[in-house]
Design a protein around this ligand. Structure first.
Ligand code: NDP
Ligand code: A1CAB
Length: 267
């Protein structure tokens, strides 16, 4: 992060809920001065003001960055109430809302859409970013550095990929948490104490995810390494990989529904 630039001109964060709050924590941990941050949120958590961040106070005249982290359904009202972005880089994490919509609200402004996910709260998010025509290399670098405060960043070649990204990695933690819930419940149904089943399920998802990241490449190879011929895994996978009732078609429908909702939110 270009801390000198941000600390001198200031950063405005509109919406300090789960995602805005995680970002703010990441920025402060990276050394952004609390006095340089101006939060607008009628319901900001108490820790924000306690850290010395201005909450619903006067805004700087020419902030370096305006970050939008309100629900997409609120975005129209928020944009109408904000006025001009002056020379600020606009960064929005909202699902669905398009670069064109921000361009109409802030004519001529550099705008970057970013799609993070909730592991950002522990610095392990993955964020995809894409900018409008006005977002030059410096603007994209600044947006990337802001999002790298909470994890890794990938750049998209085209905004049209954003709804799919939202459906895979933005919403994805919820799918994984549901996998943990259902794996634990199934373990309990097989006779395990519920807390042990949950511990086993959570640790298995964490470990398998870490192994997949470390090994890279095709996860099918890792799956095959677990699967002994005629063993327990093969018996389980015969259900999970059923071409009609298994996880493949279910996840395909899940991601398609989430992406379609992203497109709807952008209307
Ligand atoms: N949660 C997630 O996993 C992800 C969310 N996102 C995106 O992040 C954005 C925020 O989501 P999330 O953090 O989950 O939502 P939250 O509801 O947790 O946070 C939104 C915050 O904005 C506040 N707010 C409401 N109206 C206004 C307003 N007019 N001006 C300023 N602040 C306002 C809300 O207050 P109040 O509670 O009183 O309404 C709340 O504190 C969404 O656009 C979402 O698409 C992106 C990736 C992942
Ligand atoms: O559910 C949502 O709409 C937001 C976007 C991605 C994750 N949460």
């Amino acid at each position: 992060m270009d801390l000198a630039h941000l600390n001198r001109r200031g950063l405005v964060l509109v919406g300090c809920g789960r995602m805005g709050g995680a970002l703010l924590q990441g920025w402060l941990a990276r050394g952004l001065a609390p006095g340089a941050v101006h939060v607008i949120d009628p319901n900001a958590p108490a820790w924000v003001a306690e850290r010395g961040v201005s909450v619903n106070g006067a805004l700087p005249a020419d902030p370096a960055v305006l970050v939008l982290a309100v629900k997409p359904q609120m975005m129209g009202d928020v944009l109408a109430g904000l006025g001009a972005a002056s020379g600020a880089l606009v960064v929005s994490v909202a699902a669905g809302v398009t670069l064109a919509a921000y361009g109409r609200a802030f004519p001529g402004a550099a705008v970057v859409r970013a799609m993070p996910n909730t592991p950002a709260a522990i610095g392990q998010g993955i964020t995809a970013i894409v900018g409008n025509a006005q977002a030059d290399a410096a603007a994209l670098d600044l947006a990337q550095s802001l999002m790298e405060a909470v994890g890794r960043v990938v750049r998209l070649g085209d905004e049209s990929q954003m709804d799919a990204v939202t459906a895979v990695s933005g919403s994805g933690p919820a799918y994984v948490f549901h996998l943990i819930e259902t794996l634990a419940a199934a373990g309990a149904a097989e006779g395990l104490p519920a807390d042990l089943a949950l511990d086993l399920a959570s640790a298995t998802v964490a470990g398998a995810g870490a192994l997949a990241m470390q090994e890279g490449g095709d996860p099918a190879r890792l799956r095959e390494a677990v699967t002994s011929p005629a063993g327990t895994t093969a018996a389980g996978l015969s259900q999970l990989m059923d071409p009609e009732t298994g996880l493949g078609p279910l996840i395909a429908r899940t991601v398609a529904a989430a992406a379609a909702r992203g497109r709807e939110l952008g209307q």
